[in-house]
Design a binder for this molecule. Structure first.
Ligand code: C5P
Length: 221
């Protein structure tokens, strides 16, 4: 058991959550998927036709985001008592999440929650601004990238496994659009932290990526 904090940032579908989950399990660390938090907030905003960030935050406070695990070890996401794990991966949420997550007060609210969770011990956190904003003093920072084509293919496969409607060509366009929005927004854009290790995973297997990051982490323990 270690209290190392590992920040994994990178563009959409670069494999962050897949590797972060495995590393957390292997090393006995908490795993936090911050993208799922922005997705849950977006789901709530869309479902209640809310546009103002104050109103959205108020509703999130009434329906707090929490995480669980099902019998197969799969991560579950809740809003209050409601399981929204499937709903937050649907198309309407994916196409609106970059807009909602660009709202400064929403970011402030979620960043506070993320730091609070990290204050409980060792953690692997994945997102867009973990190494730059949420945990700027994380012991290990990884910036994970892969080509748009490879990322779209990975997400397509994942969608098919989860029975989510999916079209590879549309995915390529959506991923590139989301990257652009996330990288060019004013508040906490997706950028590589100066002290992050850049890792291009194009052509690498999940095991290779996990081993690379775990080796780096073990050097620091
Ligand atoms: O990681 P995932 O693709 O599920 O993230 C969904 C969206 O949430 C991203 O496209 C981005 O707009 C937002 N996000 C963010 N900051 C984070 C994590 C995710 O803005 N730390």
């Amino acid at each position: 058991m270690t209290d190392i904090r590992i920040a994994i940032d990178g563009p959409a579908s670069s494999g962050k959550s897949t590797v972060a989950k495995i590393i957390a399990q292997d090393m006995g660390l908490i795993y936090l998927d911050t993208g799922a938090m922005y997705r849950a907030v977006t789901y709530l905003a869309l479902n209640n036709s809310l546009e103002q960030e104050e109103d959205i935050i108020e509703l999130v406070q009434e329906n707090p985001i929490s995480f669980g695990i099902d019998s197969d070890g799969k991560q579950l996401v809740y809003l209050g008592e409601v399981d929204v794990s499937g709903a937050i991966r649907q198309k309407d949420v994916t196409s609106n999440v970059s807009r909602i997550s660009a709202m400064p007060k929403i970011r402030e609210y979620l960043v506070d929650a993320q730091r609070f969770i990290a204050s409980h011990g060792g953690i692997v956190m994945d997102g867009r601004d973990i190494g730059t904003v949420v945990l700027p003093d994380a012991e290990l920072k990884i910036f994970l990238v892969a080509s748009v084509d490879e990322r779209a293919e990975r997400r397509h496969k994942q969608n098919q496994e989860m029975n989510i409607e999916s079209n590879l060509e549309i995915l390529k366009v959506e991923i590139a659009e989301r990257d652009h929005k996330d990288s060019t927004r004013k508040t906490s854009p997706l950028v590589q932290a100066e002290d992050a290790i850049y890792l291009d995973t194009t052509g690498m297997s999940i095991d290779e990526v996990v081993n690379f990051i775990e080796d780096k982490a073990n050097e620091l323990i």
